[in-house]
Write a protein that binds this ligand. Sequence first.
Ligand code: HXC
Length: 257
Amino acid sequence: MAYEHLIVTIEEPIAVVTLNRPKSLNALSQAVMGELATALEACDGDPRVRCAVLWGGPRVFAAGADIREFAEQSPGDMIRSYRFLEWERIRRVATPVIAAVSGYALGGGCELAMACDIIIAAETAQFGQPEIQLGVMPGAGGTQRLTRAIGKSRAMEMILTGRSISAQEALAAGLVARVVPVELCLDEAKALAREIASRAPLAVRAAKEAVLQAFETPLAAGVLFERRCFHMLFGTADAAEGIHAFVEKRPAKWTGR
Ligand code: HXC
């Protein structure tokens, strides 16, 4: 499928989705978000793809929602628009998605990185929720995901002032998994994606779902969900293969069954 605002390449067994609106610093217009949701959903249905990398190029990840699009919008327009539906579609993607963040990840850009499963940050990355400086507040999960990722006090400081944090601060706060030189950012994310893609596919999907449940349920319900997934995986051919391969001291060959 051809996209106007994205470049999607399949490098089996991973997909690389690049935001491609450099003139507006990858501002996340509704059209961009629609294409992005479609591209990530397509990964779920593509047997060649087991993990996806999302990035915005070396200069900027995304400078937020398209502020120009907001200029003419009333609250009613906002409520009626499909803007948040696209975010819901992305939230439901089953394929693991790694955000490779270089440069600004602001507002919706920070929220998009946090909606991914793992963030790899370049040393140049800056994370922030500057919406308060526009007279609004985060609207695509920022108050929830940032608070869960870095805790109440630091999230409050960022969201109430609009101040950004550096890649190193984001690492110390637990927002990102690692910080790498900018020229290695995409390659590191791709290498991690390939490592994840080399694992048993059904187990990877179930494990992603179970980790995300940690943010949705009380502990007892989450542990029960985990146990059900664990039991389910025991019925798979890949579990039998993985266990026999260990005993026989050979590499496992996954079939995704
Ligand atoms: C539309 C944007 C944009 C944005 C930058 N541009 N950010 N266009 N929406 N979010 C455009 C600029 O207008 C400019 O276009 C070009 O990109 C380059 O930007 P500059 O400002 O000239 O670059 P620079 O001086 O390097 O400053 C970079 C920046 C600044 C610090 C990132 O652009 C900035 O503050 N952007 C806004 C960040 C922000 O507030 N994000 C939150 C948005 S609200 P021209 O045509 O002049 O060259 C949000 C809410 C989400 O995300 C809610 C869920 C839907």
